[in-house]
Write a protein of this length. Structure first.
Length: 413
């Protein structure tokens, strides 16, 4: 049997509860499977878990994919072992201060203005951001696992290969970007098919590419005589083709609900494309970030047509490598909040389709004036109301279940 650290005792609630356990994937920067707060929440590939080391026991072409797989480096190391940056107390201090700066900017804290102004030059930023990148997937996973004893979290380190532009120059000159986009989704397709094969019901995607990054990629076209205005036009054509390719790819696993972060550029996704946040398919939804339940975070992307729901994403305490807990902020933290609720909904009624879970989440929100015109639902996810709708849906139509849940469960404070 493989030598791994796994807790042998599950919470009493897990042993007694008759609800079904939901498989959730975290598509991210990696997952620390040894963190004491996560080891009872890990998805396990039984044939590999009980099989031989360095052998493809389940014959799926992946060796030792016990808790998931690292598609970027084609191994089962869910944390990049080459990234050896470790947690420092200065990281904790930096993200604590970031939390207060964000709140102060919107009148929800009282930091002196000089401290807010100086934050951008904080010398702790470099290490904090580097560690934050390494810790990202573990932090997301901790948010999903919190008070969620039945969840089974699979770690996925998605490949980030993008095709070289040079072979497609003739097509690009004719404004044909489809083949570039198709090449760029090959890694995502590999991941999506793996999720389908393993019956993953919810997948969290706290990643994405903003419009500015796409423009930077295509700046090399200047060497072929393209001017900046044309490069911007080509970049937008590419994003449109990429969204189509991503939608087709995500639809390969229709039973999986994909929950995406809206992005941290602070702009309207209805007018500036953010991928994959802007996908519009039945089994995907996109999440903006709020400060508690009080305001839309100033960094959060939004969009009445393209962003569906909001959730708390500022100063969220969760797990990071090194057996530590750390506050971090972003739509990356808001998305797993919704992923967590989606998994709880499926725990109660596993017969719900992904589009039905999406409908429950959207139609049971707490309506907020500050989200009107910012997200399509106009509100923040309401965990208990969504769970109640799932419970009621077992014996009534989904429409009636949602109506009754909205009547009987109050807004969260």
């Amino acid at each position: 049997m493989k030598k791994i650290f796994v807790a042998t005792l599950l919470p009493l609630f897990v042993l007694m509860n008759s609800a079904s356990a939901t498989n959730v994937a975290v598509i991210d920067s990696g997952l620390d499977v040894t963190h004491p707060f996560l080891i009872t929440s890990l998805w396990k590939n039984t044939p590999e878990y009980e099989g031989e080391d360095h052998f493809d026991d389940d014959e799926n072409g992946l060796i030792d994919d016990i808790f998931g797989y690292n598609f970027e480096q084609d191994n089962n190391d869910l944390i990049d072992l080459l990234n050896n940056i470790e947690f420092m107390m200065s990281d904790y201090e930096y993200f604590e201060l970031q939390d207060r700066v964000i709140r102060t900017k919107q009148g929800l804290d009282n930091l002196p203005q000089e401290e807010v102004d100086a934050f951008g030059l904080d010398n702790r930023r470099g290490h904090a951001y580097e560690f934050g990148h390494k810790a990202h997937g573990t932090h997301v996973s901790g948010i999903i696992a919190k008070e969620n004893p039945l969840v089974n979290i699979m770690g996925i380190k998605k490949g980030n290969r993008i095709v070289e532009i040079a072979p497609y120059i003739k097509e690009i000159k004719n404004y044909q970007l489809k083949n570039v986009a198709l090449g760029d989704v090959e890694d995502l397709e590999e991941t999506v098919l793996y999720l389908k094969e393993n019956n993953i019901r919810v997948a969290n995607g706290s990643f994405g590419t903003p419009y500015e990054a796409v423009i930077n990629r295509f700046l090399t076209l200047r060497t072929y005589g393209h001017h900046m205005s044309e490069i911007k036009y080509i970049s937008r054509l590419y994003q449109i083709e990429l969204l189509k390719a991503q939608e087709e790819t995500l639809s390969l696993s229709p039973k999986t609900l994909f929950v995406f972060a809206a992005g941290n550029s602070g702009y309207n996704n209805d007018t500036k494309i953010f991928t994959p946040a802007n996908v519009q398919i039945d089994n995907a939804l996109t999440v903006a970030a709020t400060i508690d339940r009080s305001a839309l975070a100033d960094f959060s992307c939004y969009g009445e047509k393209t962003v569906h729901i909001a959730a708390p994403g500022v100063g969220i305490l969760s797990t990071v490598p090194g057996d530590q807990l750390l506050k971090m902020s972003g739509t990356s933290q808001a998305a797993p909040f919704v992923t967590r609720v989606a998994s709880l909904v499926l725990d109660v009624n596993s017969d719900l389709k992904s589009v039905e879970v999406k409908r429950i989440l959207i139609e049971t929100v707490d309506k907020k004036d500050f989200l009107k015109g910012k997200v399509s639902s106009g509100g923040i996810v309401n965990e208990q109301r969504a769970i109640e709708a799932a419970r009621l849906s077992k014996d009534s139509s989904l429409e009636i279940a949602i109506q009754l849940a909205n009547i009987t469960i109050p807004d969260e404070l």
